[in-house]
Write a protein that binds this ligand. Structure first.
Ligand SMILES: *Cc1c(COP(=O)(O)O)cnc(C)c1O
Length: 396
């Protein structure tokens, strides 16, 4: 081992961590509210929120209290046992999804794990004859092998072929869905807004058509709300803007404010598909993560952070448009999941200029800036964002 005191953190990352991530932008050491601080004492306004994860921002007293008191009581048991917080969270998720009494909940530790559970659910909807699963081109469902097979991005899949068989990727049009949908389809997976593709919403009417067609052919409609869920777009779950009822919803990112937790909630007959022994996770649904999730979700309700997301989204959109920058081509998304379209190739330079000015935003691709601030964001933070983002655009 080389001496850690003489190597910079950049060298240490390169020498110590797997090369699967890009070099880190900064070394962060603490945070509070919508702000984080690096190892040199510089502060940054965090308008990425750990990629839509830090629902309550950083070091929120509700999370501090829930995590520390539960850590002193019970962190982990095993799924041979249940705990009060696990059942409370399951009941809460059945309520906020609208799955109700017929709903059932499976707990994992990440978004990908929630989608792996949903993949098994789809396979169990087989009747022996259903061997096709539909998903959308350019959608993102995670990096594990089942989730990767669902992810409609050939560049991510290519190095790891062969993919798990049976998944077809469609254009995001009702025509393409109508052409593909038959009685041999087990499930349709979709994201209501493609977050990793630059915050690109499905066309109006698509979800309703997807519900109609899957229902007619006995296929499950599985909605990946891992990025869009937990209040971010102005409803608990983005598909609730429409009123359709899915067969399963997967969620993760914002659910426990940064403590790892993923879940799949099933509706109606889909709740009967997985049998004893079909799936499991050692850590899944442990009392530590579920206690923090209960505290986060209760705080979102108490402080009306879903209403805040609905109100703050348009305010941020207006602030972006008010810069008058010719680099900005459009603003997409709903609530506090926002994609800023920029001229070809400009996004990385804009995000770098923002970071140098103490603002974290994400260049998700060369033509898109993604922002997903904590749901607690208010007037002061938005004014600060407007100044810093405007300056970053002006510098590019
Ligand atoms: C982030 C994300 C995932 C994967 O979640 P992980 O926790 O990284 O495994 C899956 N689907 C969507 C829509 C996501 O945004």
């Amino acid at each position: 081992m080389t001496d850690t005191t003489t190597r910079s953190w950049r060298e240490r990352q390169a020498e110590d961590l797997m090369a699967s991530y890009a070099p880190a932008l900064r070394m962060l050491v603490r945070g509070e509210g919508c702000w984080v601080e690096d190892d040199e004492g510089n502060r940054y306004l965090d308008f990425l929120g750990g990629i839509a994860v830090n629902s309550l921002g950083h070091a929120h007293p509700v999370i501090v209290e829930a995590a520390s008191s539960q850590a002193a009581r019970l962190v982990h048991v095993s799924n041979y046992f249940t705990t009060p917080s696990q059942l409370e969270l399951a009941e809460r998720l059945k309520r906020i999804t609208g799955a109700g009494d017929e709903g059932r909940v499976y707990f994992g530790n990440s978004g990908a794990e929630a989608n792996e559970a949903a993949f098994k659910l789809a396979r169990r909807n087989s009747d022996g004859a259903r061997n096709r699963i539909l998903a959308l081109k350019n959608a993102f469902h995670g990096r594990t092998m089942g989730a990767l097979a669902l992810t409609g991005k050939p560049a991510l899949q290519a190095p790891f072929e062969p993919m798990i068989a049976g998944v077809e990727h469609l254009d995001s049009t009702v025509d393409a869905l109508e052409a593909a949908m038959r009685d041999d389809v087990a499930a349709l997976f979709l994201e209501p807004i493609k977050g990793e593709t630059g915050v690109v919403p499905l066309p109006d009417g698509y979800l309703e058509a997807a519900r109609r067609l899957t229902e007619r052919h006995g296929a499950l409609l599985i909605i990946d709300e891992i990025q869009t869920g937990i209040g971010r777009t102005g409803r608990w779950f983005d598909h609730q803007h429409t009123g359709i009822v899915p067969d399963a919803v997967t969620m993760a990112k914002g659910i426990a404010g940064g403590v790892p937790l993923g879940a799949m909630v099933t509706f109606g007959r889909a709740s009967l598909l997985l049998q004893r022994g079909d799936h499991g996770s050692t850590f899944g649904g442990n009392p530590f993560a579920t206690t923090v999730a209960n505290a986060v979700l209760a705080e979102i309700e108490r402080a009306d952070l879903i209403g805040n997301a609905a109100r703050r989204g348009p305010q941020i959109r207006d602030a972006v448009l008010a810069t008058g920058s010719s680099l900005v081509t459009e603003v997409r998304g709903r609530g506090l999941l926002i994609g800023i379209g920029v001229v070809e190739g400009a996004a990385p330079a804009i995000a770098a200029a923002a970071l140098d000015r103490g603002l974290i935003v994400n260049a998700i691709n060369p033509t898109s800036i993604r922002i997903a601030p904590p749901l607690i964001v208010g007037d002061a933070e938005i004014a600060e964002f407007a100044d810093r983002f405007g300056a970053a655009l002006a510098a590019c």
